[in-house]
Design a protein around this ligand. Structure first.
Ligand SMILES: Nc1ncnc2c1ncn2[C@@H]1O[C@H](COP(=O)(O)OP(=O)(O)OP(=O)(O)O)[C@@H](O)[C@H]1O
Ligand SMILES: [Mg+2]
Length: 259
C-alpha cells in the first residue's frame, strides 16, 4: 500500500474570536519529512493542535483531508484511528494510567475488535523500543508522563510514535529540552520510522535537529501562514542568518499573528 497524504488547504483557525491561522497550505505525503520553522508566536503549535482537533481551536475556513477523508469532520479519537499522531510541545501528565496500559489501549483502539495485539507481542515490541530509545524499563509502569523529566517526556513521545506507527505524525518541538545524547536517540527513532508509509511534519527552532533528520522540505511560518518553502538549505540559511531577510524580502514588519 502506498503512503497516506495529508492535505491542508487555506486553513483559517480562531481561538476565542482571534484569528491565529490565516490560510495555511501544506501537503505531506507518505515517505516525506517536512520541517516547519518560524519565530515564536507565528502559529506553528496552533496548526498542530487544529489538525488534531483540540477543542479550543475553531476552524473557520479551509480544509484538512487525509487520503481524501475530511479530518475536520472526525472526532479526536477518529483522527488517531485514521492514522494521525501528534507529539505535543508540552505533553500532558495523566495520573492513574500507566504508560504501558496507555500504549496498549491506544494500539488496540486502532485495531478492529477481536484483533487486539497479543500481550506477548506487545511486551516484546515495547521492550525492543524501550531498548532502542534507551528508556529505563521502569518507565513503562509509571503513570503517563507523571513526574517525567522534560527529556523523558520527549523520549516517551517517540516511544508512542514507534509503537503506534501512524501514517502521518506531527512532532511539535520534539527536540526542546533534550540533552545531546537524547537528541541523537530521538532522531534515530524518527529516522527508523522513515518509509513510504510514514510522513512527518517536524516543528523545530533548530538546525541541530535537522543535522540528524534530513527534511525533504522546509517551511517557514509567519503571521499564521506558510510564507516560504524550500529544501534543507533553507533551514541552514535560517541558522546562519535568522529570519530578518525573509521579513525584508516579503515586506513583513511584525511576524507574529498579531491581534
Ligand atoms: N489557547 C490559546 N488561547 C489564546 N491564545 C492562544 C492560545 N494558543 C495560542 N494562542 C496564541 O496564538 C499565537 C500563536 O501561538 P502558537 O502556540 O501557535 O505559536 P508557535 O508558532 O507555536 O510559537 P512557539 O515557537 O513559541 O512555540 C500566539 O499569539 C498565542 O498567544
Ligand atoms: Mg509552539
Amino acid at each position: 500500500m502506498a503512503g497516506s497524504t495529508l492535505e491542508i488547504k487555506d486553513l483559517h483557525v480562531e481561538i476565542e474570536g482571534n484569528e491565529i491561522l490565516k490560510g495555511v497550505n501544506l501537503t505531506i505525503k507518505g515517505g516525506e519529512f517536512h520541517a516547519v520553522m518560524g519565530p515564536n508566536g507565528t502559529g506553528k503549535s496552533t496548526l498542530a493542535s487544529a489538525i488534531m482537533g483540540h477543542p479550543k481551536f475553531e476552524v473557520t475556513k479551509g480544509s484538512v483531508h487525509l487520503d481524501g477523508e475530511d479530518v475536520l469532520e472526525m472526532e479526536v479519537d477518529e483522527r488517531a484511528k485514521a492514522g494521525l499522531f501528534l507529539a505535543m510541545q508540552y505533553p500532558s501528565e495523566i495520573s492513574g494510567v500507566t504508560n504501558s496500559d496507555f500504549l496498549r489501549s491506544s494500539i488496540n483502539a486502532k485495531r478492529e475488535e477481536g484483533n487486539e495485539i497479543p500481550l506477548m507481542q506487545f511486551i516484546k515490541t515495547m521492550d525492543e523500543n524501550l531498548d532502542f530509545l534507551d528508556i529505563d524499563k521502569d518507565m513503562a509502569q509509571r503513570y503517563l508522563n507523571d513526574g517525567f523529566s522534560g527529556g523523558e517526556k520527549k523520549r516517551n513521545e517517540i516511544l508512542q510514535l514507534m509503537m503506534l506507527e501512524p501514517a502521518i505524525a506531527i512532532l511539535d518541538e520534539i527536540d526542546s529540552g533534550l540533552d545531546i545524547d537524547a537528541l541523537k536517540v530521538v532522531s534515530e527513532g524518527i529516522n527508523k520510522m522513515r518509509s513510504e508509509n510514514f510522513g512527518c511534519l517536524i516543528i523545530t527552532h533548530y538546525q541541530r535537529l535537522l543535522n540528524y533528520i534530513t527534511p525533504d522540505h522546509v517551511h517557514v511560518m509567519m503571521q499564521g501562514r506558510v510564507v516560504k518553502s524550500g529544501g534543507p538549505e533553507l533551514a541552514q540559511r535560517l541558522e546562519s542568518e535568522g529570519y530578518e531577510w525573509i521579513k525584508e524580502e516579503l515586506g513583513i514588519e511584525d511576524e507574529t499573528v498579531g491581534q
